[in-house]
Design a protein around this ligand. Structure first.
Ligand code: FCB
Length: 482
């Protein structure tokens, strides 16, 4: 795959360059240090749920390799590291007693990052809900939002002197709709009404947790949330197709942007989902709690989607669907059963996702127009490819280099046009457990050999390090020579 955009763009000197991971995808050590089970332990151990029966039991053994992994980041010159805290490692049942060994694990990680000159960016929830809370209804249960705030408060007390930015939730769309509607992700529930309740309780949890962190550390404490805003286009100007796109925008994006940034749900969602839910779970005062000033709005961007009006085509469960998500018997698109997802033109990554840097420009410019005073960060962007180790022992992942090159340039173009982007986090530091695809899809800029757990910096990692060092987008071709 060739690059499609120019090299050489310069970024501001105070722009923050980092990498991202998530607890269940890298840690392993699931029975160690007093950690309790999470919904991803249960799900991955349920036959048929994860490709090849893979689990995060060992993952990439980060639990035992923190010093080494931090050393790799230091070697790459990374300025920030976005990691997530496994709630059930620090509070095994999601309520009550905290687990000192778990708190110590993250405290040690954060200390090592600070010593290495890397800013710790902590995500409080990247999908691994304590199983004990799921047993009480999970995110479909309002109480989970309050438990989440209690946990957030404790983490602020323990890590608040060193964490530079707090993120409440990662991609609540996935938690709600892959978790409770399509069931392609943990907890694997297929109940549209519960998915909508989960949307609201995730929103509420976000607001309560942000307030809890700030109540401990002060009102000016940097807090963010990360959304996977879907960039979807209508197949034509036909009003029916435009309405189909609007329906997806509403259930994919606006149900989070609305409450979090504007203090209200979009009216359309009540109409679109009237047959499924009366939204009685939204209580008086909730919307005031959910809306908090965000220091940064985190944006994860990978690909785009294409829709038109009509009945959805049949999908093959287990395969990537035309919407980019792993297909299941049940659709994640609650209230959008008359929307058809069409295949998008390639090229594609190993996830079957189309490669379209312009989608990132479009998204950032839309956010600039709609929320001109809201600073942004790209909290995830990256690509899976079928990497190979060459005879020289290196991983010449030219496709990934090209992907990063073009998307980072695209981000810069949006910044030139006024998008207020403050940082970029490549997904991912390490190859890891890619959820329902297990270890089959590699996203790292550092390779992990799944037999020996040995780490090897890929060409993309070297190229990214050069970008961080110079603040300028290096030509993709240099990657193999660095
Ligand atoms: C995002 C997730 C992240 C990773 C990437 C590929 O949806 O936040 O954990 O799996 O996709």
């Amino acid at each position: 795959m060739a690059t499609t955009r120019p090299s050489g763009r310069q970024f501001p000197t105070d722009f923050l360059w980092g990498s991202a991971t998530a607890s269940y995808q890298i840690e392993g050590g699931v029975h160690e240090g007093g950690r309790g089970p999470s919904i991803w332990d249960t799900f991955s151990h349920t036959p048929g749920r994860v490709l090849n029966g893979d689990t995060g039991d060992v993952a990439v053994d980060h639990f035992h390799r923190v010093p080494q992994d931090v050393a790799i980041m230091r070697e790459l010159g990374l300025q920030a590291y976005r990691f997530s805290i496994a709630w059930s490692r620090v509070q095994p049942t999601g309520s009550g007693e905290f687990n000192q060994a778990g708190l110590d694990f993250y405290s040690d990680l954060v200390d090592r990052l600070v010593d290495a000159g890397i800013q710790p960016v902590a995500t409080l929830y990247h999908w691994d809900l304590p199983q004990a809370l799921e047993d009480e209804g999970g995110w479909a249960n309002r109480q989970t939002a309050y438990r989440f705030a209690d946990y957030a408060r404790r983490m602020a007390e323990v890590l608040g002197d060193r964490v530079r930015l707090w993120t409440t939730l990662n991609e609540p769309w996935c938690s709600a709709f892959l978790g409770y509607a399509s069931g392609a992700h943990a907890p694997g529930v297929t109940d549209d009404a519960k998915a909508l309740a989960a949307v609201h309780h995730l929103n509420l949890g976000h607001g309560l947790a942000a307030r809890a962190v700030r109540s401990v550390l002060g009102e000016g404490t940097p807090v963010s949330v990360t959304l996977n805003l879907h960039v979807t286009r209508a197949a034509s100007d036909d009003p029916a197709d435009v309405a189909a796109k609007h329906r997806i925008d509403t259930i994919a994006n606006e149900v989070f942007l609305g409450p979090m940034l504007l203090g209200a749900y979009p009216e359309q969602v009540f109409a679109d989902t009237a047959a499924i839910s009366d939204w009685a779970f939204v209580q008086d005062g909730d919307l005031e709690l959910i809306r908090v000033p965000l220091t940064l709005l985190g944006v994860n961007y990978y690909a785009t989607g294409l829709v038109r009006a009509g009945a959805p085509a049949a999908v093959t469960p287990g395969e990537p669907g035309p919407d980019g998500h792993r297909a299941a018997e049940h659709s994640p698109w609650v209230g959008a059963d008359q929307v058809e997802w069409l295949p998008v033109a390639g090229p594609y990554t190993a996830m079957g996702w189309n490669i379209e840097p312009q989608g990132l420009v479009d998204l950032l410019l839309e956010l600039r127009d709609r929320f001109p005073d809201q600073p942004l960060a790209i909290t995830e962007n990256g690509a899976a490819f079928a990497d190979e180790v060459s005879a020289d022992g290196r991983v010449h992942d030219a496709d990934r280099v090209a992907y990063l090159h073009d998307h980072i340039d695209a981000m810069g173009a949006a910044m030139d046009a006024g998008a207020d982007v403050r940082g970029y986090f490549v997904w991912s530091l390490l190859d890891n457990f890619e959820w329902a695809y297990g270890f089959d899809r590699r996203f790292g800029v550092v390779r992990v050999d799944y037999d020996t757990l040995e780490r090897t910096v890929k060409d993309s990692g070297r190229w990214y390090a050069e970008l961080v060092r110079t603040g300028t987008v290096p030509p993709a071709e240099v990657a193999a020579t660095l």
